[in-house]
Write a protein that binds this ligand. Structure first.
Ligand code: 6PG
Length: 471
């Protein structure tokens, strides 16, 4: 008796993904070195599904159909290499190993080459949606060899989330494209989370909203054009009472952010390929800054802030903050998508941007109704270099830009930190400016280092012996 799919790593994500595959009619076998996890797996098996668990890698491997299809759900980095090292000697030519974790794309390239030399297939596949997504339908971003993708496509399509009946999975391109797309997804996730937190700060410090009122605001936002997973969970967070003390849990949580690396990789990568993604960069660095809690407390005493001037019209203020959040979120997507366009050329991934935004519409952490608009934009013109250049999108932007400017100005004049909002606005202002003051910067470079410059009125590369007026 052979099984269709194998899953290695039976933590919550691995287990849930396995059950999801089994729910959809595939027999599955799970492996984990930790016997407790295998026992846990057996306990949750739904009736009518075929699931077994094993602590023996040999037994696990020999119980799989040929070619074997094995999904890894282990932490990115060394654990993936350790699993590959122990499993590859047990595999047969043409077997397929799919890494469904948040692996670094260059690791995937290396592992692909390594397994290919052993006649084995390796695929990097981004999976988003957290525990619930894995169980009920995630957004799935597979990349690599098309034939391998086609082999697992029917399974991926049934286990993924659906939007208008369409599966939230598609081929993301060659090589490590799947991991790359997931990395950028996470970079955008960081940016949106930062922006939502800043909007929250503005509403509580600027308009003195209580958690109950914040709940109502986010509820309203989620019912309209800002409908998205992150706005929805934020709404719910404002309702959560603390079961240790009185009051709301959110007020008891220490303001120091954690991070596991995918946001940082996105920023490093953007620098590497030369794409400007300041709002994602700011989101990464803001998490770093948040960790200086002790220093921040000291500095707040040294540099006491003036009292915030509460806006006269609270409703109008809430509307403007909402519009600012909507637009700065849109700008963060624009930055991340622009990175995908450039990286796709740089690494010859051939990433279909239209499919990226299509499969992000459901299942993943950054799902939002806004993605439907991006999908339409890419459906019209697949090679759009930046979503801000789309006519329809420009109408939305023009409608909200004054709110973004006003909200940014309010934050600045009241000393409320708003790195994300300022960066989104700053990016927009620069991106939409035909003539930047960089002519002066180029002159300086040429002045002190003979770095040369180009001219607006003539072809070619120029250098000038600049006059030092003091000589
Ligand atoms: C998802 C998430 C998930 C990721 C965390 C990492 O798409 O389901 O992106 O894959 O593990 O969100 O974020 P941190 O770096 O904040 O831990």
């Amino acid at each position: 008796e052979k099984y269709n799919y194998g899953v290695i790593g039976l933590g919550v994500m691995g287990r849930n993904l396995l059950y999801n595959i089994a729910d959809n009619g595939f027999s599955t076998v799970g492996f984990d070195l930790d016997e407790e996890k295998v026992i846990e797996l057996r306990k949750g098996v739904a009736s009518g599904t075929k699931v077994v668990g094993s602590v023996s890698l040999e037994e696990f491997v020999s119980s799989l159909d040929s070619p074997r299809k094995i999904i890894l759900m282990v932490p990115a980095g060394k654990p993936v290499d350790a699993v590959l090292e122990s499993i590859t000697p047990l595999l047969s030519p043409n077997d397929v190993v799919i890494d469904a974790g948040n692996s670094y794309f260059k690791d995937t390239e290396r592992r692909r080459a390594d397994l290919a030399s052993k006649n084995l297939h390796f695929m990097g596949m981004g999976v988003s949606g957290g525990e619930q997504g894995a169980r009920r339908g995630p957004s799935i971003m597979p990349g690599g060899d098309l034939e391998v993708f086609n082999l697992v496509k029917p399974m991926l399509e049934v286990i993924s989330a659906k939007v208008n009946g369409e599966p939230c999975t598609a081929y993301m391109g060659k090589g490590a494209a799947g991991n790359y797309v997931k990395m950028v997804h996470n970079g955008i996730e960081y940016a949106i989370m930062q922006l939502i937190s800043e909007a929250y700060d503005l509403l509580r410090k600027g308009a003195n909203l209580t958690n109950e009122q914040l709940y109502e605001v986010f509820k309203r936002w989620n019912e309209g054009e800002m409908n998205s997973f992150l706005i929805e969970i934020t709404r719910d967070i404002f309702q959560q009472k603390d079961d240790v003390t009185d009051g709301f849990l959110v007020d008891k949580i220490l303001d120091k952010a954690g991070a596991k690396g995918t946001g940082k990789w996105t920023s490093q990568e953007a620098m590497e390929v030369g794409v400007s993604i300041p709002t994602i960069d700011i989101a990464v660095t803001s998490r770093i800054l948040s960790a200086y809690k002790d220093e921040r407390v000291k500095a707040s005493q040294l540099y006491a802030k003036e009292e915030v001037k509460t806006p006269e019209d609270t409703e109008l203020f809430i509307k403007e903050v909402g519009d600012a959040l909507y637009l700065s979120t849109l700008i963060s997507y624009a930055q991340g998508l622009a990175l995908l366009v450039k990286a796709s050329e740089e690494y010859q991934f051939e990433i279909p941007l239209k499919d990226v935004v299509k499969i992000w519409r459901g299942g993943c952490i950054i799902r939002s109704v806004l993605l439907e608009k991006f999908y339409l934009a890419y459906s019209k013109y697949e090679n759009l270099s930046n979503i801000l250049l789309d006519q329809e999108i420009s109408e939305i932007v023009k409608d909200k830009i004054s709110s973004l400017r006003k909200t940014a100005a309010f934050a600045v004049s009241n000393g409320i930190p708003s790195l994300g909002i300022q960066s989104a606005l700053g990016y927009f202002e620069a991106y939409t400016t035909a003539s930047l003051p960089v002519n002066l910067l180029q002159a300086q470079r040429d002045y002190f280092g003979a770095h040369t410059y180009q001219r607006t009125d003539r072809e070619g590369v120029f250098h000038t012996s600049w006059q030092n007026v003091n000589n």
